[in-house]
Design a protein around this ligand. Structure first.
Ligand code: ADP
Ligand code: MG
Length: 839
């Protein structure tokens, strides 16, 4: 009889357990034994008492102390999942929602129909579900349907220290929902769980909680970890440095698992491949299915059998198989970036060794690698299939050393047993937003000191350990102390749209744990109004009222449609309009391609030798020729750079999306794979919203027809309307620097069409662009020509109509049929004439 059960029963007898139920759980003995070792078990009584006596409670405890797996069980046993209500747990990452629901089901000896998960397009929730793990985005959508969240008796917000935007919003919303529920006699509890003690934003925030919630901290058992800094800090090749360090650890140090932190999926695979190659023991066991082998010990057995066989090089890991990846969900990144996990950005070309014949490192290790100690190498990142992820929790094959190469999912969300050595590259892949263009990108940056310490801590869970930092202590000293809340470092237009969709009209008054700046909120509302997602504020009335109205515009039906797509509002608008004339597959492809940075190889790579440079020149000629071909003629040429993207993706898919095709035609293979994945994801999103759309993007699509191209250009204009530019006319040329320049509403300087653009020679009068990049000049990227007469219809808010009302010209738009509009208007304070349109 365990102490835990006894004390609980004693409590129960004294009648202190409210709700007065104790639901027994029939755990397996080995599970029971393991959980009794978890620090959080010692605090069960304290936690449950605090939950009983307070509406909201904050629980802090080191990663691995048992918060995620145990606290839902405490609540279940105390009867929180009875009387028709259930326990909800939110996670910022899909990985955690799926794997934790499975783990808890297993620990409680219950089916996954009782302990279930729900992520955006996937889940196993049933009528019998008692504990539901979900991503924070899913709960946010549920609040939209039922503001009081009546089916829940308690909500646990897990990983609150990550400060993901959705977690922050949920906490803000729940700070209002919980008291409301209690006032209505439908009691509800909120439990915020954090891996760090830095919770003042939640507890000291008077707007959030009137009485600060109690903070319970769980003391974790932590063995000492010695931290070793590198003397030097590799600026680029940290993947190579991680490889060298891992090999060294494996060769020289006593048994114990190795956990390597890198920044993204591509790097993780590169390092896994190199490590498997450097310690090829396992390679001989491979029958082309390293990733899919079920049981590691089974694999090892097979490998022993096959030991005598000649070494065969490992097959490339099947990155192509995007349909096998879990369908994208939309946690932290669902708005602005499509990408669902910050560990999963459009990858940067920082890795080497992509080439399986890269033997540069192997030479060094050939003499040392002891083939009798296998290195059992496993990747771990958010998009990895759950069965693959589950492998890291199982013991490695007997005698083998576990080596997990992970993104920062392993920092706090998942605890890998048996890790004694941590190799930390000190970087993380994060989303960045360009305030001028509003386009997001992924960049690799330094982590915070708090993150570095979290990572180091992973080495001391089971015994004392070592952490190897691939950077110097001086560099560490320059790290920021903590990571900032995500909400403060990005524009909030997507967020404002989501909140309006939740019918929160006055976003400024929302109790954010960390509020975004009011300028950011105003800018967001303005953009959304201009996109037609929010209603236009009144222009009449007192100034103060006008100002107030500008910050509380209600959402429009178009806005609701846009809110359903996991991309930033400009692109969401394109998707919302994409059903015209069968354009949806093309719009999906264009949006996917614009979201992935740099799908083309650089044309002007510096050459190192004479021979190299002539080779370069012929490559360049071929690439340019391909781009011209993809751009096409006539109408399609006017779709400009977007047509080139469309053509490139189309051609690549017809060729089966091989790396050889990409290499030959100047496309970045990784970008093409990424686009493929995004297209699948966006297609699901579109199909989920409009049941009648039933868009099917198979890889191959026919080129758009002429009339479809016209339609595509209008849709693009409607989405990128605030990125409109007009060529400076000869009579306006006051300064020679404006020659061939374009005027934009955002910049005082002229912007130009880049020589590599499809429209460089055409120089259309009006264009929209994806973004402006400053190099030798301000160049527009992703340029598409638009027709002047579309502008007043699609973007009336950017036009000042000044001409006589009489004599309106009929105007035809495939988006909405025949319309009429004024003949003359002003654009950016410069009068322009609408051309006469033939009907
Ligand atoms: P916390 O949420 O406080 O970080 P968890 O509840 O996630 O802690 O983990 C508690 C313990 O359970 C850890 O030691 C971890 O290794 C173990 N654990 C979690 N998930 C699994 C799993 N799927 N298989 C085996 N052990 C697991
Ligand atoms: Mg946890």
């Amino acid at each position: 009889e365990s102490n835990e059960k006894k004390s609980k029963q004693a409590l129960h007898k004294k009648g202190e357990c409210k709700p007065a139920v104790f639901i027994p759980v029939d755990r397996l003995p080995e599970i029971q034994e393991a959980r009794l070792k978890l620090p959080v078990l010692a605090e069960e009584q304290v936690i449950m008492e605090a939950v009983r006596e307070n509406e909201s409670v904050v629980l802090c405890g080191e990663t691995g102390s048992g918060k995620t797996t145990q606290v839902p069980q405490f609540l279940y046993e105390a009867g929180y999942a009875s009387a028709g209500r259930i326990i909800g747990v939110t996670e910022p990452r899909r990985v955690a929602a799926v794997s934790m629901s499975r783990r808890v089901a297993k620990e409680m000896n219950l089916s996954t129909g009782v302990v279930s998960y729900q992520i955006r397009y996937e889940g196993n929730v049933t009528q019998d579900t008692k504990i539901k793990f979900m991503t924070d985005g899913v709960l946010l959508k549920e609040i939209q349907r039922d503001f009081l969240l009546q089916k829940y008796s308690v909500i646990i917000i897990d990983e609150a220290h990550e400060r993901s935007v959705y977690t922050d919003i949920l906490i803000g919303l729940l700070s209002r929902i919980v008291p409301l529920r209690n006032r209505k006699g439908l009691p509800m509890k909120l439990l915020i769980m954090s891996a760090t003690l830095r919770v003042e934003d939640f507890t000291e925030n008077k707007r959030l909680f009137r009485t600060p919630p109690p903070v319970i901290s769980v003391e974790a058992r932590q063995f000492p970890v010695s931290v070793h800094f590198n003397k030097q800090t590799p600026m680029d090749d940290y993947t190579g440095e991680a490889f060298r360090k891992t090999c060294k650890i494996h060769r020289m140090l006593p048994p114990g698992g190795i956990l390597v932190f890198l920044t993204g999926q591509a790097e993780v695979h590169t390092l896994c491949r190199r490590l498997r190659k450097a310690f090829p023991y396992r390679a001989s066991s491979q029958t082309g299915k390293y990733q899919d082998a079920e049981d590691p010990s089974e694999e090892l057995r097979k490998s022993k059998k096959a030991k005598k066989k000649k070494f065969v090089s490992l097959p490339r890991i099947d990155l192509d198989n995007y349909s096998a990846l879990p369908v994208d969900e939309g946690d932290e990144d669902r708005q602005a970036g499509i990408d669902d996990d910050s560990d999963e950005g459009s990858d940067l070309d920082l890795d080497l060794g992509d080439n399986p014949d890269d033997t540069g490192q192997k030479r060094v290790f050939d003499g040392y690698a002891d083939p009798s100690i296998p290195l059992y190498v496993l990747p771990l990142y958010s998009l990895l299939a759950p069965e693959q992820q589950a492998k890291v929790f199982r013991p490695p094959p007997p005698g083998a050393r576990l080596c997990v190469v992970a993104t920062n999912v392993a920092e706090t969300s998942l605890t890998i047993p048996g890790v004694k050595y941590v190799v930390d590259c000190g970087r993380v892949k994060k989303r960045f937003y360009d305030r001028v263009t509003g386009v997001s990108s992924f960049k690799v940056t330094w982590i915070s000191q708090a993150s570095a310490n979290q990572r180091a801590g992973r080495a001391g869970r089971t015994e004392s350990g070592h952490c190897y930092r691939l950077y110097s202590s001086a560099v560490f000293g320059d790290f920021s102390l903590f990571s900032e809340a995500e909400i403060t470092r990005r524009p909030v237009d997507d967020l404002v749209l989501q909140m309006k969709d939740l019918n929160i009209e006055k976003v400024v008054n929302f109790p954010f744990p960390t509020p975004p700046s009011s300028e950011a909120l105003v800018a967001a509302e303005q953009l959304l109004v201009s996109l037609g997602a929010l209603e236009e504020p009144p222009r009449q009335g007192r100034m103060v009222d006008q100002k107030r109205a500008r910050l509380s515009c209600p959402i429009t039906p178009l806005g609701r449609a846009m809110a359903a797509f996991p991309v930033s509002p400009r692109y969401a608008k394109m998707l919302a309009l994409g059903r015209q004339q069968g354009c949806m597959p093309y719009i999906i492809t264009i949006v996917a391609a614009m979201t992935v940075r740099e799908i083309f190889e650089e044309l002007d790579r510096p050459a190192s030798s004479e021979e190299e440079s002539s080779k370069q020149a012929s490559r360049k000629a071929r690439f340019s020729q391909m781009r011209r071909l993809w751009a096409g003629q006539g109408q399609s040429l006017l779709l400009g750079d977007l047509m080139v993207m469309l053509g490139a993706v189309g051609a690549c898919e017809f060729a089966g999306c091989t790396s050889a095709f990409c290499e030959e035609n100047g496309l970045r293979y990784k970008a093409m794979l990424e686009i493929r994945r995004l297209r699948g994801q966006l297609t699901n999103a579109v199909n989920a919203v409009c049941s009648d759309a039933a868009v099917c993007v198979d890889g191959k699509m026919a080129p758009p027809t002429e009339s479809q191209v016209v339609c595509l250009r209008q849709i693009v204009l409607a989405g990128l309307g605030d990125h409109l530019a007009r060529r400076v006319q000869a009579e306006e040329l006051l300064d020679p620097k404006w020659r061939n320049g374009y005027k934009t509403p955002l910049l005082d300087e002229p912007v130009f069409i880049h020589p590599s653009s499809a429209l460089h020679k055409t120089l259309p009068e009006f264009v929209v662009y994806q973004e402006v990049m400053e190099t030798t000049k301000m160049y527009m990227k992703g340029v598409c020509a638009v027709q002047a007469d579309w502008i007043p219809k699609l973007l009336p808010q950017y036009c000042h109509f000044s001409g006589p009302e009489q004599n309106p010209a009929p105007w035809y738009c495939p988006l909405s049929g025949k319309v009429k509009c004024q003949q003359q208007s002003t654009f950016f304070r410069v009068a322009w004439k609408l051309p006469a349109i033939e009907m």
